[in-house]
Design a binder for this molecule. Structure first.
Ligand code: NAP
Length: 276
């Protein structure tokens, strides 16, 4: 690929950002589709300055990650309805200097789940009450899923349960919940702390669907435990790719090459693990 005066710039903004797989995923997509575009990672706490720079320099699109997903909302010219309801933006489109915010995390998780199961009428236990839990809980509720939230901090857990109009249980009581589906949304179990897991083996039942939003490692300790118990497992890579594919479509209007994006991220994860 040749970078020249016509190259379009995209990026991800967050802090920290060194672990992000988004540059690998989106550059693979641009290259596969033959687009003269490049996607970089920007580590900054200055989200206001970042948006001003995005407008001034004409960046076409930006992914937004921790800790900026909520803070960015009042700084945008327009916020899509779903992102407004969830209260988090993870994608910005620069439409001729109007910055428009979207949330693709919710749709990414939904598509990863719907690839494997029919959701309507199911019961789901969500572990965690942060941004990922909020986006996933909101979209699942819209799909007719009956939710329970479990979280380390009772205050945050009860707040999210109130927002989703569902019940809350403390982490140590998670195994009393009868659920068809369990979704792990905390960072616990992520590389290099991949020996950790906050899910009690007693919360896992044969035939249950278990999704972990973590994608490094691809098979977390939780997913290994769930497979051993006869559960159907879904890893965080599926959600990452689906939310990234929706970002790519919003930015370019073109269908994303999901197989190439998946392959590129899998190879990068393998390389990174080998290096350390
Ligand atoms: P967040 O808003 O900071 O929320 C973190 C949640 O994890 C909170 O509920 C927190 O509980 C809980 N938690 C953190 N450390 C814990 C520990 N040691 N023990 C028990 N609970 C703990 O973060 P987020 O935006 O929801 O992101 C969470 C994870 O999802 C990250 O690993 C992120 O990379 C991943 N993610 C993946 C995708 C994907 O596409 N696969 C997309 C979005 C996010 P308290 O309330 O008690 O602090």
């Amino acid at each position: 690929m040749i970078i020249d005066q016509n190259t379009t710039l995209y990026g991800v903004v967050g802090c920290p950002i060194h672990h992000s797989m988004s540059p690998t995923m989106h550059n693979a997509a641009f290259s596969t589709r033959g687009l003269n575009s490049v996607y970089l990672a920007f580590e900054t706490e200055d989200i206001d300055g970042c948006l001003k720079g995005m407008k001034a320099l004409g960046l076409k699109g930006m992914s937004v990650t921790l800790p900026h997903k909520s803070a960015v909302i009042p700084l945008l010219d327009e916020v899509d309805g779903l992102a407004k309801q969830i209260g988090a933006v993870n994608t910005i489109v620069n439409d001729e200097r109007r910055l428009i915010g979207y949330n693709t995390d919710a749709v990414g998780a939904l598509e990863a789940l719907e690839d494997k199961i029919e959701l309507s009428g199911k019961t789901c236990l969500i572990i965690g009450a942060g941004g990922a839990a909020r986006a996933i809980g909101f979209i699942l509720k819209e799909r007719g899923v009956h939710l329970t939230i479990s979280n380390r901090s009772t205050k945050r857990g009860e707040e999210l349960a109130g927002f989703l109009e569902c019940s809350f249980v403390p982490l140590k009581e998670m195994e009393v919940v009868q659920a068809d589906l369990l979704i792990q949304t905390t960072p616990v179990g992520m590389y290099p702390h991949d020996a950790q897991c906050i899910i009690s083996p007693n919360a896992l039942k044969e035939g249950m669907v278990v999704m972990d939003v973590i994608y490094n490692p691809l098979e977390t300790r939780l997913l290994r435990m769930a497979e051993d118990q006869g559960c159907l497992v879904i890893n965080g890579l599926d959600m990452l790719i689906h939310q990234g594919a929706e970002q790519f479509r919003l930015w370019t209007g073109i269908k994303a090459p999901v197989d190439n994006m998946t392959q590129a991220v899998k190879e990068a994860l393998k390389r990174n693990c080998n290096e350390i």
